[in-house]
Design a protein around this ligand. Structure first.
Ligand SMILES: C[S@@+](CC[C@H](N)C(=O)[O-])C[C@H]1O[C@@H](n2cnc3c(N)ncnc32)[C@H](O)[C@@H]1O
Length: 297
């Protein structure tokens, strides 16, 4: 990502979660706070841009101009909505079950406008939450939280870090993070934006500060999706190129070398079956995206 740059993909994924929570039924993942974290002017611009794009496809000379008159679902399907909502659902379901098995810290890498800590103030009485993100994006979020007057829960900690410039372990050790208790790390919508070296270095860094039984959940792309050519070009223009894909056949071995056991790797077929098949005909798991859960032993 470019220096001094607020992640537009973080804003977009928050918009996607918020749109899903307020416009779709049934919901796969309910994030009723996400839209509030996007400043009104930016939210309006996103809605306008998407509405115009859909309206032009549906009726090139029609007068469809407001969000209430069009469904953004088809365009948000292409922009990765199923990936965004299924990875959050998967992570938070597993987190809740891991807390009952002794996890005391949740570390959100590349947190963007994640709202977990504000939706689960009850759980923050039991666990500490760390949001790690590139400094400009984190600063943008903190300013918005202040503007909204949302109090920061006592157990929520912000840790600025750019994974292309610094080690996650060093950044976390300078915070109230405790390396001797069990933690769950998430890295959602992040691996594809890092270089392969930075992605693996970040995973390696986890092993230097995690206690046995800690784990990491991340999504990854398996190959460049030709149908996303235009979106990839746009991302590149925004300074957030998608660079990295992993080979599902070799990932387990690569993770073993770091000391992780890949205990689950959901393919698009698995994700479709688990999150979409019996819930909605509108969305389908995105092609070439996997969800991985690896345990440090
Ligand atoms: C697509 S957004 C995903 C945000 C959030 N995890 C979600 O699911 O909505 C990508 C996130 O990765 C972060 N990111 C990208 N490159 C990074 C880097 N080199 N160091 C730290 N964070 C980075 C961005 O700042 C942004 O918050």
């Amino acid at each position: 990502m470019k220096a001094e740059h607020v992640s537009l993909t973080a804003i977009m994924t928050a918009f996607i979660r918020g749109y899903h929570a307020t416009h779709d039924a049934p919901v796969v993942f309910k994030d009723s706070l996400a839209l509030q974290l996007i400043p009104e002017e930016r939210r309006r611009l996103i809605e306008q841009g998407l509405t115009t794009a859909v309206a032009q496809t549906e009726s090139p000379d029609g007068n469809v101009t407001t969000l209430h008159q069009v469904s953004l679902s088809p365009i948000l399907q292409t922009m990765g909505l199923p990936n965004v909502i299924s990875r959050s659902r998967y992570t938070e379901d597993n987190l809740k079950s891991e807390i009952s098995k002794g996890v005391e810290q949740y570390v959100i890498l590349g947190a963007g406008l994640d709202t977990f800590a504000f939706r689960h103030k009850d759980l923050l009485k039991e666990i500490k939450v760390f949001e790690v993100d590139q400094p400009d994006t984190q600063e943008f979020k903190r300013k918005r939280l202040a503007d909204l007057n949302w109090g920061i829960p006592r157990n929520l900690h912000f840790v600025p870090a750019d994974f292309s410039k610094e080690r996650l372990a060093e950044a976390l050790l300078g915070s109230p993070y405790n390396p001797s208790v069990k933690s769950l790390f998430s890295m959602l919508g992040v691996t594809m934006y890092l270089s392969p070296d930075d992605a693996f270095e970040t995973l390696r860094s986890i092993t230097q500060i995690a206690s046995a039984g800690s784990s990491v959940i991340f999504d990854y792309h398996t190959k460049t999706d030709a149908s996303l050519h235009e979106i990839r070009k746009e991302l590149q223009r925004m300074g957030e190129s998608m660079n990295t894909t992993f080979d599902p056949l070799g990932l387990g071995v690569e993770l073993e070398k770091l000391g992780f056991h890949l205990c689950e790797d959901l393919s698009p077929v698995d994700i479709q079956e688990r999150f979409f098949a019996r819930r909605t005909k509108v969305y389908h798991a995105n092609e070439n995206v996997h969800l991985a859960w690896a345990v440090w032993q």
